[in-house]
Each structure stands twice: as structure tokens, then as C-alpha cells.
Design a protein around this ligand. Structure first.
Ligand code: GDP
Ligand code: IMO
Ligand code: MG
Length: 429
């Protein structure tokens, strides 16, 4: 089990970036395998704060960082992010960074469409990050995408552009928008091509080679299982599979490469954007969780919706993603609560559910069933060993573990890299 696959087990923002950064020092390669720059991962190392959307979190420790084929790549966003990180002293070179030559690109027309659709959707709005993620994945499976490798053959792009523009022009006309400015698109692609091609390669080959040589690979998921296009709260989801199985298809390694599946789980629950959220608290307690946890989106700055820990969804996430162990994050945010609630099941039309039903209206209507525990008044912030935790906090962790039927491997007690308690080493063979 030398490899580790990190995934979010709720609605994203569980603290994946912090945990990947903490693990990255012992990894030989860190790989992003799905999503795009809708992700927002914050890493805090001493006085330095790094915000990453597209680059794997391993880049900060200088670990070989790879963007796999499952990612949708906005090359302009990548260039900006690289410039920002270099400005913070992070070294990014062809030695420590590579991207898959078969990645589908996010183009400006995808961002346009994301915005137009959301505006037109009214109350059916998903609340996307507006970065063109959904439209880019649609074009990928619709076989209309421009991919990284196409940037080396821009003079032979006519037939592909015909297909792409025929589709987009019809949609744009429906929104009263002018057709795609094809000449501008080609100029933009020509301008960005040399930058992208410098890092492009068949990363499946490189990864298979390092794996055979015994390297430890750390897969970095984005979003969370409840945002998975199959297993999440559809249609209020993102447009990729966020479950652990995607690590294989999104990188070019087989399923046996996933290794230890580490589900990242916040000690309470948050969500950005629209959609069902059974334990949401629209009262003072929700406000308090948001303030204590600084729950504002890294990407859009939106306030995150907050609520109590929902053991039902996490148990489900752990099951559909084959989670080996979890990292429980932001335990410190619960410090000082007199009582803490945990959702153990749902009630709907007189029936008790131990899972989240698939239908959107049912997901929106379920009533959480809570059990209540005494909180703790001591601080857990900055704790680095089990012995530093108050007895009541240990009770909480133990109960979470029982309810989700999955063991705790790590506990995180602050945004800082080192404020992490190791219970079971995910990299141990
Ligand atoms: P990600 O998208 O899963 O990587 O998570 P985000 O970075 O979007 O959001 C998590 C936020 O919580 C970031 O601001 C982190 O710095 C912060 N964070 C991570 N772990 C902890 C923790 O254990 N305690 C506290 N207080 N903050 C944490
Ligand atoms: P990280 O990796 C939280 C949400 C959006 C919206 C839905 C669809 O930081 O955990 P999209 O732009 O993907 O089409 O939006 O998914 N969303 C996230 N929420 N964390 C994320 O990433 C997210 N990425 C997308 O808010 O509800
Ligand atoms: Mg985030």
C-alpha cells in the first residue's frame, strides 16, 4: 500500500490541500486526476499561505507534481497560478512539473457558457464556480474538445473547430449571443501553446515508470464525494467523478495504484453553492461554525453554508469510495461548544433512512435525526498528539469513527502543516 489517494468525503473544502501538503514530503509524486481550477486548496506553512487551484499541492514541497488526463485544464489560469506561486518563492520547472498531453482544455467559450446557463437557470441554478468546468467536460465526452496535444498541431485544427463551433454557435444563438470568434480563439491558442507544450508529455508513461521503480504516488482529489457526478447530490454536483476510483482513469495507472484511500472529513459539514444539505444550520450555531472555521470559499469568496456533522453522508462516501481511513480535520473549530450534535440517520415520510436517497426532492426533504454529546471547553487547536486532546474530544472522534464504520488515520487541529496527529500512517506498507 505504498500509494495514497486523498479524496474529499463531504461537499469539498474538507482540508485536502493541508493533508496532501503534509503527506507530500514523503511522496515521490503528487497527481491531480480530476476537476479543474474550481478547486481551491489552502496550505499554511509557518507565515506563508499558498492558495492552489490547479497545481497539485505537492509543488510547494518541490515534489514531482503532475496534472493527469482526467483534469480539465484552463491554460491561462495555469499560467497565472504558476506566476503567483513563483512570486511566493515556489520553484516550478520541467523537472518537478508535468501535465498530460491528453488533457481536455477549458476555453474562454466554456466560461461564457457556464455563466449564461447559470444566469438563465433562475431557481434551478447550481451555483457553479463559473470557471467553465461543466461545459469543458461536456465537450470532452461530446468528442469536441481541444486537447493539450492539439496545441502542437494548430494548423490542422479546422475540422475540430468546425465541430466545436457548430455546437457552441447553436447554443450561443439560443442565448442571443454572437457566434464564437474563431479567429480570436486561434490567436489565443497560438499565444498560449508554447507555454503549455513545455510541460506536456505522456504522463501515464512517466507515472508507470516511477511506479515500477518503487516510487510512492500521492493522488490528490478535488471537490468531494457528495459533488461526484454519479454519487453526489445530482444535479447539484460538479461535472467529474470525485470518488477514489477516478485516480486510476484520470492519471493513466490501473486501479491497483490507488493504495490507501484517505477520505478527508471535516469535523462538521459545509457546502458552497446550491443543493440539499440535511444538517444545514441557518441559525447562530451555523454562524458560529462559519466564523470559527473561516468558512469562505477559496475560489469565489462565497460564504460557505455550515451545519453539524452528518455521519450518514460520510458513511456513504466512505463506502462508495472504498475509504481505508479518514483524516478528521478542523476539530479545533468545535472547541468551546457546550453541546455538539451528530446526525445519525434521516426521517422521511415516517420512514427512517440510514443512507441519502438518490432523488433530489427526497434529498432536500429528509429530516436529520440527531444524537447530542457534551462538548469540551479545553482547546484542541495546535494539538499534535492524542495525549493533547481532551477526553470529550476523543469521545467525539471515537463516536464519529463508529458511525461512519471507518477508522481515523489522522486528525488535524489547525491550518498549519505540522498541527496534525498521526494515528495510522497511510504510507505504511
Ligand atoms: P480543500 O479544498 O479540501 O483543500 O480545503 P480548503 O483549503 O478549501 O478549505 C479548508 C480550510 O480550512 C483552509 O483555509 C485550511 O487552511 C483550513 N484548515 C485545514 N485544516 C484545518 C484544521 O484542522 N483546523 C482549522 N482551523 N483550519 C484548517
Ligand atoms: P475543493 O477542491 C467546494 C461546487 C460549486 C458548485 C458545484 C459545481 O476546493 O474542495 P463547478 O464549478 O464545479 O461546476 O460547480 O460544485 N464546487 C466546490 N465546492 N469545494 C470545491 O473544490 C468545489 N468545486 C466545485 O460550488 O456548487
Ligand atoms: Mg477548497
Amino acid at each position: 500500500m505504498a500509494n495514497v489517494t486523498v479524496i474529499g468525503a463531504q461537499w469539498g473544502d474538507e482540508g485536502k490541500g493541508k493533508i496532501v501538503d503534509w503527506l507530500a514530503e514523503r511522496a515521490d509524486a503528487v497527481v491531480r486526476f480530476q476537476g479543474g481550477h474550481n478547486a481551491g486548496h489552502t496550505l499554511v506553512v509557518g507565515e506563508n499561505v499558498y492558495k492552489l487551484s490547479l497545481l497539485p499541492s505537492g509543488i510547494v514541497t518541490g515534489t514531482l507534481s503532475i496534472i493527469g488526463n482526467g483534469v480539465v485544464l484552463d491554460p491561462w489560469a495555469l499560467r497565472d497560478e504558476m506566476a503567483k506561486l513563483r512570486g511566493q518563492g515556489v520553484s516550478i520547472t520541467t523537472e518537478n512539473f508535468a501535465l498530460a498531453d491528453n488533457c481536455a482544455l477549458i476555453l474562454p467559450i466554456h466560461r461564457d457558457l457556464d455563466g449564461l446557463r447559470e444566469t438563465a437557470a433562475g431557481s434551478g441554478k447550481i451555483g457553479t464556480t463559473g470557471r467553465g468546468i461543466g461545459p469543458a467536460y461536456e465537450d470532452k465526452v461530446g468528442r469536441r474538445a481541444i486537447r493539450v496535444c492539439d496545441l502542437a498541431h494548430l494548423d490542422a485544427l479546422d475540422a475540430q473547430l468546425d465541430r466545436l463551433c457548430a455546437h457552441h454557435d447553436a447554443l450561443r444563438a439560443g442565448f442571443g449571443e454572437p457566434p464564437v470568434d474563431r479567429a480570436r480563439l486561434i490567436t489565443d491558442l497560438k499565444e498560449i501553446a508554447p507555454f503549455v507544450l513545455e510541460y506536456a508529455q505522456p504522463v501515464w508513461k512517466r507515472l508507470n515508470k516511477v511506479r515500477k521503480a518503487g516510487a510512492r504516488i500521492l493522488f490528490e482529489g478535488a471537490q468531494g464525494v457528495l459533488l461526484d457526478v454519479d454519487h453526489g447530490t445530482y444535479p447539484f454536483v460538479t461535472s467529474s467523478n470525485t470518488v477514489s476510483g477516478t485516480a486510476a482513469s484520470g492519471s493513466g495507472l490501473g486501479p491497483s495504484a490507488a493504495g490507501f484511500v484517505l477520505g478527508i472529513v471535516k469535523a462538521y459539514t459545509t457546502r458552497v453553492g446550491s443543493g440539499p444539505f440535511p444538517t444545514e444550520l441557518e441559525d447562530e450555531t451555523g454562524q458560529r461554525l462559519g466564523e470559527r472555521g473561516h468558512e469562505f470559499g477559496t475560489v469565489t469568496g462565497r460564504k460557505r453554508r455550515c451545519g453539524w456533522f452528518d455521519a450518514v453522508i460520510v458513511r456513504q462516501s466512505c463506502a462508495v469510495s472504498g475509504v481505508t481511513g479518514i483524516a478528521l480535520t478542523k476539530l479545533d473549530v468545535l472547541d468551546g461548544f457546550e453541546t455538539i450534535k451528530i446526525c445519525t440517520g434521516y426521517r422521511l415520510n415516517g420512514k427512517v433512512y440510514d443512507y441519502l436517497p438518490a432523488h433530489a426532492a427526497e434529498q432536500a426533504a429528509v429530516e436529520p435525526i440527531y444524537e447530542e454529546m457534551a462538548g469540551w471547553q479545553e482547546t484542541t487547536a495546535g494539538a499534535r498528539s492524542w495525549a493533547d486532546l481532551p477526553a470529550q474530544a476523543i469521545k467525539y472522534i471515537t463516536r464519529v469513527q463508529e458511525l461512519i464504520e471507518t477508522p481515523v488515520a489522522l486528525v488535524s487541529t489547525s491550518p498549519q502543516r505540522e498541527d496534525t496527529i498521526l494515528v495510522r500512517d497511510p504510507f505504511a506498507d
